[in-house]
Structure formats: structure tokens, C-alpha cells
Ligand binder design. Structure first.
Ligand code: GUN
Length: 277
């Protein structure tokens, strides 16, 4: 039976380590502050933002909450970012996505000072990752690398397949696996014969956004399967992009949903905040 990769336990361990580091920094007079901006009241975003604030409080990071109305203009948001960029007492700036239609997300991401880009979404952060320079890395893929390493799973030399090519997960995931010396293939919605590609993977990362799409026909016997998806099924139960019950018996390790990749995103955001000082 597959090893179940416990993201909840690993994220708790990382937060514990960060809490100690933050306390030591405080003792030396360094305080960390994260500005969290939410525009509108999307319920899912409100849950994510609430969890980020809670994690900050736990680790010992000060959080400044900016809850702006749905009708906020692009200029108003850019002005706030400019002000926060200029504040010496603000280390990190996070703008929760998605943003309302009147605001250009790319413009907003590009306006955040790269030194405060704790989400790792700024083109400079992505470029640095691409050419192997230090910089902030997108939290979900960074968390997946931690899940693999802390579960004793070797990446170097392995066939890694990433299903999905989003800017937030798929692309940075591929770059990180490459940085760890994996042999990386990126598959996506236009890939011909997806099963044939995913079946080559020793490590399969799935971020396709389709509930339970990946069944055992997509998975090589003994592969490690990482599920980035999170959905509610017809019974209001959470499920991933992977059909867990079907796939778990044939793989060597797998992340559950919930309790796999999800908790790692916030742990890595806290890590980026600590690194932002
Ligand atoms: N929306 C969904 N995921 C994320 C994330 O990781 N960061 C931000 N800022 N917004 C998101």
C-alpha cells in the first residue's frame, strides 16, 4: 500500500521551525510584517486570506489586512501597492487573486516590489527561478518540493511529469523539479495521449483542475503521485484531481486531499515572509 504523504504534519513541522526562527529574530529586534490585500468578498478568497492571517499570528509575523471594496479601481490598488512598497516596516506584500474584472492582474503583480513579492509571482521572481538565481518561489510548487524532500523521495534523475501549465503551479513546478535535477515533461490540455505521457512518470504532479480525472490508467506502478487539485464533489466532500481510491493501491506514495499539498502553500508563504527580511 502507498505511503500517504502527510502535508498537514509536514506543514506543522515547517511552521514550528519558522516560529523558532521568528522568535530569535524578534529577540534581536527584527520584526516581520506581511501586508495582505483582498479586493471584494469572494468567499473562497476570504477563507484563504483568513488562514494566511492565522498562520502569521501563529508564527509570530505581524499581518496588516487591507480589505478593499469590489469596485476598487486599478489606480487605487496600484497607489496602495506603491505606498506599501515604500514602507520600511512592510517586508512582504500579498494581493489575493483573483481580482475583479476592472483590474489587470498582470499590472498589479508587476507593481509589487520584487523584494516584497512573497507570492513569487513577479516576472523578476519567475525569471530568477528560470535562470537559477535566488529569489521568491511560488508557494504551492515550493511546498511540493518540501513534501518530496521531507518524505525521503529522491528527485535527481527521476522522470517527472507535471500535468498543468499555469503560471502559479505548473510552470514553476517544472522549473523547480529541473533545479532538483529531475528529467521534466510538462503535459497540458492539448497534449496528445496524456495517459502515455503521465505513465512515464516516476513523480507525477497533477494540477489539471478536473475532479478525479487521474485514474490508475494514467499512473505507472510504483510512481509518486502529488495532487494539487481541490474540489467539492456532489456530496460536498473535498476531492482532488486524482481519483485517490483508484490510484493509491498502485503507487508508492500519494498526497491525500485534503491534508496533502493544501497546507504546504501557507507554510511556504510563511517561509517566504521570513526570507523577506
Ligand atoms: N489565489 C489562489 N492561490 C493564490 C496564491 O497562492 N496567492 C495569491 N495571492 N492568490 C491566490
Amino acid at each position: 500500500m502507498a505511503q500517504v504523504i502527510d502535508g498537514k504534519a509536514i506543514s506543522a513541522q515547517i511552521k514550528e521551525e519558522l516560529k523558532e526562527r521568528v522568535a530569535a529574530m524578534k529577540a534581536e529586534g527584527t520584526e516581520i510584517t506581511l501586508a495582505v490585500i483582498q479586493v471584494g468578498e469572494d468567499p473562497a478568497s476570504s477563507v484563504y486570506v483568513g488562514n494566511k492571517k492565522k498562520a502569521c499570528a501563529y508564527v509570530g509575523i505581524r499581518s496588516l489586512a487591507y480589505e478593499l471594496p469590489e469596485e476598487t479601481t486599478e489606480k487605487e490598488l496600484l497607489d496602495l501597492i506603491a505606498e506599501l512598497n515604500g514602507r520600511k516596516d512592510v517586508n512582504g506584500i500579498l494581493v489575493q487573486l483573483p481580482l475583479p474584472g476592472q483590474i489587470d492582474e498582470d499590472k498589479v503583480i508587476g507593481a509589487i516590489c520584487p523584494d516584497k513579492d512573497v507570492d513569487g509571482f513577479h516576472p523578476q521572481s519567475v525569471g530568477r527561478l528560470c535562470i537559477g538565481q535566488p529569489g521568491f518561489v511560488s508557494c504551492t510548487p515550493a511546498g511540493i518540493i518540501q513534501l518530496l524532500k521531507r518524505s525521503g523521495i529522491e528527485i535527481a534523475g527521476k522522470e517527472c511529469v507535471v500535468a498543468g501549465r499555469s503560471n502559479i503551479v505548473g510552470k514553476p513546478m517544472a522549473l523547480l523539479l529541473l533545479r532538483e535535477n529531475g528529467t521534466v515533461t510538462v503535459a497540458h490540455s492539448k497534449t496528445k495521449d496524456l495517459k502515455e505521457v503521465t505513465k512515464r512518470a516516476d513523480i507525477l504532479v497533477v494540477a489539471v483542475g478536473k475532479p478525479k480525472m487521474i485514474t490508475r490508467e494514467y499512473v505507472k506502478e510504483g510512481a509518486v503521485v502529488i495532487d494539487v487539485g481541490i474540489h467539492r464533489n456532489e456530496n460536498n466532500k473535498l476531492c482532488g484531481d486524482v481519483d485517490y481510491e483508484d490510484v493509491a493501491p498502485v503507487c508508492s506514495a500519494i498526497t491525500p486531499v485534503p491534508g496533502g499539498v493544501g497546507p504546504m502553500t501557507i507554510a511556504m508563504l510563511m517561509n517566504n515572509c521570513v526570507e523577506s527580511t
